[in-house]
Write a protein that binds this ligand. Structure first.
Ligand SMILES: [Zn+2]
Length: 485
């Protein structure tokens, strides 16, 4: 039954081509929308910037032609929050990082740290001990449990607390809650991402969060009640005149809180809650499913199945907004509405014990270090990036012209147009070829009059390459041909 696994390089290349076409499709739909809709100047600017981003994203892609095969090396991307290619690459990257992290961190550590004239216990990660607190003696190992938290606020068509787009206020309240003593006594830290959809009752903004909590018997119910009460009170909306819970709401809350021996009964617990505060809150331990589809909760974070469901929580954060996955449809009007808000919006973050955990950082990677990290096959790694290769040619090709026929084992196949428009590089090894592509990308993003400003955040290490005006004109023309206006 089992099919032959697809060569990972071809699979990645196939995905990039597929998403590059999807981006193209989105660009076409956005252009139609802007032609037929009255938009204010500000929105127009954001839309045209976005269109340029997703149209250019990965249009510069580096392929290596060897004597026997073609390989996809890397792509220059736009880093926009709504881009399909960039979100796919972010998902891959975050999975890689967390999967390695869980292998290296089966538990946390406690150290004793001076505070004034006394010592207090501090829980840190293994990496933090090695890199920041190596002079401290380890007092104990701390077991943790991972849970998936979902937070919402009570909102109407008019939004929340008088704001239609209330992500900033949501974020502020979530930050405040994480400073509360009750929270800190149960939760070591975690990571979260915002999701934004729109329904009949306005923007629905919510948070998915992976939290690391104290391990213990039936802790889920206790932590759930703690978070429920904190979040319900924190999110009271005075502009919402809801005075009482409905019977349906009460039943749901009581059921979700569960019974805890020697704790307050659910009937009494709900009496303390505010009807105009949030009540849609979910907390669940990590589970896998057995052969009959039944949930099995797990507290050890090893093994392929466990890792798969762990990484699913995290990859939630990098699902493109305003896209209906089930029907494979873009919500273009929503996308246009969101664009002005998305600018400068922090939608993903780590907190508590994970806050300064550098091995989990997503930013500040150049194309090269990304590439080194992402190399999937052992041969690729052992081949080395700087080794000159015999009979290897590097070309920049737009992935829209690249196909992966199933009958040919998904081999990378470039159509005639792609071959005609490709830009051959003079580089003789992978490292030089990636740098050459990055220089082109820098040029592509520069204004006609060179400014000192950083044209491509995160890729500053290619700035000192001088490009002659002739070279620039030559490349510019070729790039424009390849991407197509
Ligand atoms: Zn992109």
């Amino acid at each position: 039954m089992s099919e032959k696994p697809i060569n990972p390089n071809r699979r990645r290349s196939g995905k990039i081509s597929f998403l590059r076409r999807k981006n193209q499709n989105l660009v076409d739909q956005l252009n139609v929308h802007t032609e037929n809709t009255v938009l204010n100047e500000e929105t127009k600017t954001y839309v045209s910037k976005f269109v340029k981003n997703v149209r250019d994203c990965a249009s510069l892609s580096l392929y290596e032609q060897t004597a026997t095969d073609i390989k996809h090396i890397s792509s220059h991307t736009c880093d926009h929050k709504l881009c399909f290619i960039c979100n796919y690459l972010r998902q891959k990257k975050i999975r890689r990082k967390y999967s390695l992290w869980f292998d290296n961190n089966p538990h946390f550590l406690t150290i004793l740290k001076e505070k004034g004239s006394t010592y207090v216990e501090k829980v840190i990660t293994i990496w933090q001990h090695e890199n920041k607190y190596s002079e401290y003696e380890i007092v104990s190992r701390v077991k943790f449990e991972v849970m998936h938290l979902l937070l919402t606020v009570r909102h109407t068509e008019d939004g929340f607390k008088g704001e239609k787009f209330y992500q900033k206020e949501f974020r502020r309240l979530f930050n405040l809650m994480r400073k509360k003593e009750e929270w800190l006594s149960w939760v070591y830290g975690g990571e979260f991402g915002f999701e934004i959809t729109k329904k009949e009752n306005g923007y629905h903004i919510h948070v998915h969060s992976m939290i690391f909590v104290k391990k213990g018997y039936r802790n889920r119910n206790k932590i759930y009640r703690m978070i429920f009460e904190l979040w319900n009170k924190a999110t009271v909306d005075e502009t919402n005149d809801k005075k009482e819970f409905t019977e349906k709401e009460l039943t749901a809350i009581k059921k979700n809180c569960g019974n805890i021996p020697n704790w307050e009964a659910p009937e009494d617990f709900v009496k303390r809650l505010k009807p105009n505060g949030a009540t849609r809150i979910r907390l669940e331990g990590l589970y896998i499913r057995d052969d009959d589809g039944k949930k099995i909760y797990v507290t050890e974070y090893t093994g392929q199945n466990v890792m798969k469901s762990l990484l699913e929580i995290i990859s939630y954060h990098f699902e493109p907004y305003a896209f209906d996955k089930e029907n494979d449809e873009f919500d273009v009007p929503l996308m246009v509405e969101l664009l002005p808000y998305m600018f400068n919006l922090r939608i993903y973050d780590r907190f508590g014990i994970l806050h300064s955990e550098s091995p989990l950082a997503m930013k500040n990677n150049s194309l090269l270090s990304d590439l080194e990290e992402a190399l999937e096959s052992k041969e690729e790694l052992e081949g080395g990036l700087e080794k000159a290769k015999e009979n290897s040619n590097f070309s920049i090709i737009n992935p829209v012209y690249v196909y992966h026929p199933k009958h040919d084992d998904y081999r990378i196949t470039i159509n005639e147009k792609g071959l005609n428009l490709r830009i051959d590089l003079s580089a003789s090894n992978t490292k030089d070829a990636v740098e050459e592509m990055s220089r082109m990308a820098v040029m592509m993003h520069q204004e006609p009059t060179p400014k000192a400003s950083n044209p491509m955040p995160g890729n500053t290490n290619f700035h000192n390459h001088d490009i002659s005006s002739q070279e620039r004109a030559y490349f510019e023309e070729q790039i424009n041909d390849m991407i197509g206006e």
